[in-house]
Design a protein around this ligand. Structure first.
Ligand SMILES: [Zn+2]
Length: 236
């Protein structure tokens, strides 16, 4: 075992050689900080959504799918902080950002009465080819960390993505829906003995992906689906 004093010195050397910087503003992080500095952490536009009161996520899905309840942890907003974090998480191999956000979100949600019936937490899956290319599902660590906080089981074997859709940037909701509704399937070899799913995605924009996944999960008799995203685009 390394004595405490020596560990501290090694840490300091590490900080000099590999300075840890804030993913929001590039400032050097102090001891005890991770991923974001205290200033940026304070600037993250949290939604304050919970699983009791109606919110903007619920309203996206009215008349589309019978969601039990929805919530987003943050807003995609003008300061770009959440956008930057998710960009690093998704495209720059910074998988640990998902754990950082999941721990924070999970701490906020851990007492939520309406999450007590959630049996399983399921991430929106990536197509196997995309998973192989990226090396990880950017939603996985967030979903796992939240699952631990609410005492539910993380399950990434239930939903599979069978169509490798291109990154969609066009804003036509109908087209996006058409392209994703056949994109997901239930994995026939996984067990489906659960009643309340918390489906987790990175960003809710039009809601097309959540809609497609929920339609697939509803093939399980008696299932209830709630939704949580790391971020949502504020609806105009
Ligand atoms: Zn910062």
């Amino acid at each position: 075992m390394i004595p405490k004093r020596l560990a501290k010195i090694i840490n300091e050397i590490n900080n000099i050689l590999l300075p840890r910087v804030c993913f929001g503003c590039n400032a050097q992080l102090y001891r005890g900080e991770s991923t974001l500095c205290a200033v940026c952490r304070h600037d993250v536009p949290l939604t304050d959504h919970n699983f009791v009161q109606e919110n903007a996520v619920d309203r996206i899905f009215y008349g589309r799918i019978p969601l039990k309840k929805g919530a987003s942890f943050t807003f995609f907003s003008k300061n770009g902080l959440v956008k930057n974090l998710l960009h690093w998480l998704k495209y720059k191999n910074q998988e640990q950002i998902g754990e950082f956000l999941g721990a924070w979100c999970g701490a906020n949600l851990s007492g939520d009465e309406n999450l007590k019936t959630v049996d399983v937490v399921i991430p929106v899956p990536l197509h196997p080819k995309k998973l192989k290319k990226r090396g990880y599902n950017q939603v996985a660590l967030f979903a796992q960390t939240v699952a631990e906080s609410i005492d539910a089981t993380y399950r990434d074997d239930v939903l599979v993505k069978v169509v490798n859709t291109k990154t969609q940037t066009k804003k036509d909701r109908q087209l996006r829906w058409e392209s994703s509704k056949e994109a997901f399937q239930l994995n026939p070899s996984s067990d489906h003995h659960f009643k309340h799913v918390l489906l987790v995605d990175d960003v809710i924009t039009t809601g097309a992906t959540i809609e497609a996944c929920t339609q697939v999960l509803q093939q399980i008799p008696g299932i209830e689906v709630s939704v949580l995203s790391m971020a949502m685009v504020p609806q105009g």
